[in-house]
Design a protein around this ligand. Structure first.
Ligand code: FAD
Ligand code: FES
Length: 265
């Protein structure tokens, strides 16, 4: 396995908050052009673990939210020490990054129309994909509450569901998906990213109706380029390394989207 081109320092040029989420914008010196659904391994240049009694952290995986003219945007939810540190970064600091990595989304087949389905911070790869799709694809987005639903403003044509009913449909985003599939499933290709339980509901609903679906999955990743085997997930034809064979996999390749070690946030 060949390591991808080198880790590099990208200057942070902006930090924005969108409700419960933070968006970090950085200028990539390699001006990489990621495909929607690809990801980067990120670390901060300063104070990335290694404090008193601490070891340095491994880099963490993040989908690219948007990219243009060498600028990369990442959507981050503070769920642990790594994301906590990344959420603090502001202009004048540096992000260490490797990427773009993995395989992203592919165009809808057989003239089907794309439908985006996102849960929580899983909306990130759908934003860059929506930017590329013409005309813009509708999105069904689920969040736990109003603070998280502020992330829906990062996409257009979004129908929102919240667990607590504070905004939009009171219930699961997959309930909205079931309605869409019943109405026009034969014309759709589904693109989804979110927590494992949501992705499993998307997988089962699409497979049951023979609607093609591409799922952007997560698993614990240590290297991001195929060397450590930390990210393996089961498929119907054996284990695959999610970082090089995914993170986007066809729903039909999975027996379940639930059994992904280290996934979910
Ligand atoms: C391809 C890919 C793309 C991703 N894209 C994004 C993105 O766009 N935005 C984003 O915010 N995240 C994204 N993630 C997820 C992110 O990489 C992980 O959540 C990362 O591990 C967070 O690092 P951390 O140090 O903050 O938290 P960690 O310490 O790694 O903890 C992560 C989560 O696991 C829980 N946890 C930790 N240890 C345990 C344990 N022993 N038992 C049970 N639970 C535990 C924590 O409570 C937390 O919810 C992506 C992951 C992958 C693989
Ligand atoms: S993260 Fe190391 S092999 Fe996939």
């Amino acid at each position: 396995m060949t390591a991808p081109f080198g880790r590099r320092a990208a200057a942070v040029i902006a930090r924005e908050t969108h409700g419960a989420y933070v968006v970090i914008r950085a200028q990539d010196p390699a001006a990489s052009v990621p495909r929607p659904g690809q990801f980067y391994m990120l670390a901060s240049a300063e104070r990335w673990g290694g404090g008193e009694g601490e070891r340095p952290f491994l880099p963490r995986a993040f989908s690219v939210l948007r990219a243009s003219h060498g600028e990369l945007h990442f959507l981050i939810e503070d769920v642990g020490p790594g994301t906590n540190r990344l959420c603090e970064l502001g202009p004048g600091e540096e992000l260490l990054l490797v990427g773009p990595l993995g395989n992203g989304f592919t165009a809808p087949r057989d003239g089907r129309k794309p439908l985006l389905v996102g849960g929580g911070v899983g909306i990130a790869p759908l934003a860059i994909w929506q930017d590329e799709l013409e005309p813009q694809a509708p999105a069904l987005l689920g969040f736990r509450d109003a603070a998280h639903a502020a992330g829906a403003g990062l996409l257009s044509r979004a129908t929102v569901a919240t667990d607590d009913g504070s905004i939009g449909h009171h219930g699961l985003v997959t309930e909205l998906l079931e309605d869409e599939l019943d109405e026009r499933g034969e014309a759709l290709e589904v693109y989804a990213c979110g927590p494992p339980a949501m992705l499993e509901a998307v997988r089962a609903a699409c497979v049951r109706r023979e609607v093609p679906a591409q799922l952007a999955l997560e698993s614990g990743m240590a290297c991001g380029f195929g060397a450590c085997f930390g990210c393996v997930v089961p498929t119907v034809d054996g284990y695959v390394r999610l970082c090089v064979d995914g993170p986007v996999l066809e729903a039909g390749r999975l027996g379940t989207a639930l059994a992904l070690a280290g996934s979910g946030h």
